[in-house]
Design a protein around this ligand. Structure first.
Ligand code: SAM
Length: 419
């Protein structure tokens, strides 16, 4: 059993009373694991049939969420194909509370590495627009690649402080998720750093930071909008009291629901969420998408012939890069999918283009598991097909690009993603 800080245990005893012993006992078992079928690419039922990892039941709160067993959950070919996301089961509880509807503007303010953003994208079903924001540049890179791997076509991934973002998007979003940086008490089994860095001082400094983040979220939420606040900690200062304080400052909000997932009561680690609704009021107008020129899609349309069979809207060339952008959003935010780049007058496809294709949208080069693994490791393989770009597929699911040159499939799977 892991050794827990004395002060933390005293606080939990005070909070839980008679339940404390059961809570303590929950640390005798290893952390619960989970995966979420990516419904942008596969239904939960189909995923259950072909899952490359051992599934051991479904979560009560997320219809695409499964409990899973074993190691290396994220080291399979179907993971690289974006068919599922490895996510702690309790962490799947907050996003369904956003009650996302078609066409909404949604912000995930503290988004890396992207578990909840990719879950939000599933509920958006390719409609509306998602801003997935992360303040930390390194983590922003991971977020971007997870959004890409999961084939999300309607997101802008940004790297901003909440204050900077708030200056841009006043009263704009219909739904906002604040999955706040916290003291991580609910993750002690999984994250050694949270355990090592825990102190009451950390709890209080997290609470102060969260209060600031919530203020920015308030600025960005449209009248009538919904705000879901979540943490993976038990500390009341970061959870219930944080919400009480916010409500004292903002009488225009109503608390709809508040819930704490405790590891001795649910099958999962610790999590907290609160659902707040803002009174009716201003909702900012759409931005306008300018910059679309009729000839911007020329090279892409030529490239597509015989290679992919998918339609993309709002095709825009920004510098040498070609994007398909979401409606009603300024082009410079690049909200959408990067399709590729023009190099020496020729179109070179981006990995994000392959990653967002459904099986019937690619003239795929189907490979077996052995070759797929070779491909994901960055190796070339023999291929007798005609020269040119092809999407490598496994069980029909796109993995990335290769370029066939005289009997050899040259590897274009991004270096940073190789397994
Ligand atoms: N929602 C993510 C997911 O499901 O994968 C997990 C988010 S994690 C709990 C909190 C994130 O907040 C971290 O990525 C962290 O870098 C970021 N963060 C740290 N300080 C912040 C701040 N002052 N404002 C906004 N975000 C911050």
């Amino acid at each position: 059993m892991i050794s827990l800080p004395e002060e933390f245990l005293e606080r939990m005893k005070g909070e839980l009373g008679a339940e404390y012993e059961d809570f303590l006992q929950s640390y005798a078992t290893p952390a619960v694991k989970g995966v979420r079928a990516n419904t942008l690419k596969i239904t939960p039922e189909e995923f259950e049939k072909i899952a490359p990892v051992a599934l051991v039941g479904k979560t009560d709160w997320e219809e695409s969420g499964f409990y899973a067993k074993g190691d290396g959950l994220g080291k399979t070919v179907l993971h690289a194909a974006g068919l599922y996301y490895v996510q702690e089961p309790s962490a799947m509880c907050a996003v369904p509370e956003l009650e996302i509807k078609r066409g909404e503007r949604v912000l995930d303010l503290c988004a890396a590495p992207g578990g909840k953003s990719t879950q939000i994208a599933q509920y958006m079903k390719g409609t509306g627009m998602l801003v997935a924001n992360e303040i930390d540049f390194k983590r922003y890179g991971v977020l971007k690649s997870n959004i890409e791997r999961c084939g999300v076509r309607n997101a802008a991934v940004t790297c901003q402080s909440p204050e900077n973002l708030a200056a841009y998007y006043k009263n704009y979003f219909d739904k906002i998720l604040v999955d706040a940086p916290c003291s991580g008490e609910g993750m002690f089994k999984k994250e050694e750093a949270a355990l090592r860095e825990w102190s009451l001082k950390t709890v209080l400094s997290c609470a102060a930071r969260q209060a600031k983040i919530l203020e920015s979220a308030n600025t960005m939420l449209a009248g009538g909008g919904r705000l879901v606040y979540s943490t993976c900690t038990f500390a009341p200062e970061e959870d219930e009291r944080q919400i009480e304080n916010f409500l004292k400052l903002h009488s225009e909000y109503t608390l709809i629901k508040m819930k704490k997932l405790l590891p001795h009561r649910v099958k999962g680690e610790g999590h907290f969420f609160a659902v707040l609704e803002k009174a009716a009021g201003e909702r900012a107008a759409d931005f306008s998408l300018k910059d679309i020129k009729p000839n911007d899609k020329k090279e892409f349309e030529e490239f597509k012939q015989g290679v992919i069979n998918a339609e993309f809207k709002n095709i825009v060339k920004l510098g040498e890069s070609v994007y398909s952008l979401v409606d009603n959003f300024p082009a410079e935010l690049k909200a959408g999918v990067k399709l590729g780049e023009i190099k020496n007058g020729r179109f070179e496809p981006a990995h994000s283009l392959a990653a967002c294709l459904n099986p019937n949208e690619a003239n795929g080069l189907e490979v077996n598991e052995e070759t797929a693994l070779k491909y994901l490791r960055g190796l070339t393989f023999d291929c007798a097909d005609a020269n040119g770009w092809r999407v490598v597929t496994y069980k029909g699911y796109p993995l990335g690009w290769c370029k066939i040159v005289n009997g050899v499939a040259k590897n274009h799977f991004p270096k940073g993603l190789r397994i």
